[in-house]
Design a protein around this ligand. Structure first.
Ligand code: MN
Length: 147
């Protein structure tokens, strides 16, 4: 099956553009498109997430792993206690139990492809005390307050 890509809209033929999350977790200006929803021998979802300029994904952690490739624009990624500039083509592996967040904080869109297992644990949000702990790192503090 071929789903043709629209390079003006960053959409794929026949694929709905959805709200990023519907679990009440905090995020800003993120959409989700599910390109592939698993097959008997590939029990994975392949999604495209897009963060508008100034937006951000949920600050979260969980047991399941992500494989991410930046597909549009640029921004920054928090991975553990490391903040890294990311742009089109960069590949990011997010291991188990590692806090992560994507921010479109470079005046540009930040779109990324993300592979995840169909069978996965629920996302966990750090509590206020954990966020304060994270912010003891000045680089992480600046990142979290950058949008
Ligand atoms: Mn995640």
């Amino acid at each position: 099956m071929i789903k043709q890509f629209n390079d003006k809209e960053y959409t794929w033929e026949g694929v709905d553009t959805l709200v990023y999350k519907q679990d009440g977790s905090p995020f800003k200006d993120v959409t989700r498109q599910v390109l592939f929803n698993g097959s008997f021998d590939i029990p994975c979802q392949f999604r495209y997430f897009e963060v508008k300029p100034g937006g951000y994904s949920t600050l979260e952690h969980h047991e399941h792993t992500h494989m991410v490739m930046i597909f549009r624009g640029q921004g920054q990624c928090l991975l553990g206690t490391t903040v890294t500039d990311v742009k089109v083509g960069d590949f990011i592996e997010i291991p188990s139990h590692t806090i992560h967040q994507f921010r479109a904080n470079k005046g540009d869109y930040l779109g990324f492809l993300c592979l995840v297992n169909i069978d996965r644990d629920e996302v966990k949000i750090p509590d206020a005390a954990q966020i304060e702990e994270l912010k003891t790192n000045p680089v992480v503090k600046e990142f979290l307050e950058s949008c």
